[in-house]
Design a protein around this ligand. Structure first.
Ligand code: PSU
Ligand code: MN
Length: 301
């Protein structure tokens, strides 16, 4: 095992015994939700994965160690420090590790560390993508490049409509990333079940999800697979409410000149403020829903 990687005993034992393991990211804890709901949600997600017979591996950089399987204390630490923790994407790993610092892992870095540890399935809320206006800003999340090169299945509720969904799908197509709808032909858009865009394939069972990922790896094709799992109907938000909040958040970010790694956390926080507890509850519920599907899928490998 590489000297930078630290896998918790429970996760190590599960992997050695071939039991199902599901990776979880930590930027959603530090930058995606307010304290203490972030920590409560992280612990509920872990419990949900256990309820479905899999072992959760929350991933973060702790004192420079790439950590797969954070302790509850480490999760509390990341959640309490919030945005004071470095949001760590691929480009941040070398310096954070060399300096023995902490980092909250995005989808991209969680995939990297999951792959190093031998974990194939990862559950989260939303992924980064091609931002609106990317034709001039060139703001395209490193998450998409990671999906193109690292062999991990990412289960999410679709890209948030803060992004340009059409360009995000085009980018994923170019990079050879399969975009699957779980039980749907339509790409879900995080808070809502509908985007108006189609997915590449509709798959209806965890077993078939696992078979497709397995086939990809056995053929030696680089990269992962994006599984988009629609938010349960009863927790989805009215499209006009959420779209209005998104437009307002985007206009505010533009006015303030926010860009780079700050923009996604800014928009997530602003939308949460504008829509109050409703969007936070939707966010929590969709992550739990993805954790269930990821645990069931991990059991099929
Ligand atoms: N989108 C969400 N919720 C999130 C994120 C994105 O709906 O929590 C987080 C994830 O950690 C994702 C990261 O990997 O933001 C993407 O950041 P950027 O756009 O800077 O690549
Ligand atoms: Mn970006």
């Amino acid at each position: 095992m590489n000297k930078y990687l630290s896998i918790s005993p429970e996760v190590q034992q599960a992997l050695a015994a071939g039991r199902p393991v599901v990776a979880l990211e930590s930027t959603i804890i530090s930058h995606g939700m307010p304290y203490p709901q972030n920590v409560e949600t992280a612990m509920r997600v872990e419990q949900t994965i256990r309820d479905y017979g899999a072992v959760p591996a929350t991933i973060a950089i702790i004192g420079g160690q790439l950590t797969a399987g954070c302790t509850p204390q480490q999760i509390e630490h990341l959640g309490r420090k919030g945005t004071a923790v470095t949001k760590a994407s691929r480009r941040d790993l070398p310096v954070l590790v060399a300096r023995h610092e902490d980092g909250a892992t995005t989808v991209a870095t969680t995939m990297i560390i999951a792959a190093m540890a031998g974990i194939r399935v990862f559950a989260t809320g939303g992924i980064g993508g091609v931002h609106r206006g990317a034709e001039t800003t060139m703001d395209i999340s490193a998450d998409l490049e990671e999906l193109a090169q690292t062999p991990v299945m990412v289960v999410c509720a679709g890209p948030k409509a803060i992004l340009d969904l059409r360009l995000t799908l085009e980018y994923l197509e170019t990079k050879g990333v399969p975009v699957v709808g779980y039980g749907t032909d339509e790409l879900p858009a995080f808070y809502t079940r509908h985007s108006g865009y189609g997915v590449d394939y509709r798959i209806d069972t965890p077993q078939e999800l696992a078979q497709a990922m397995q086939a990809k790896m056995e053929m030696g094709l680089r990269g992962g697979m994006l599984v988009t799992n629609p938010i349960p109907e009863e927790f989805s938000m009215p499209a006009d409410v959420i779209n209005q909040a998104i437009d307002q958040a985007l206009a505010e970010a533009d006015r303030l000149g926010i860009h780079g790694k700050e923009i996604t956390p800014y928009l997530l926080d602003k939308i949460q403020q504008l829509t109050g507890g409703d969007s936070l509850e939707a966010n929590i519920q969709l992550v739990l829903n993805n954790a269930r599907l990821a645990a069931r899928t991990a059991a099929c490998f």
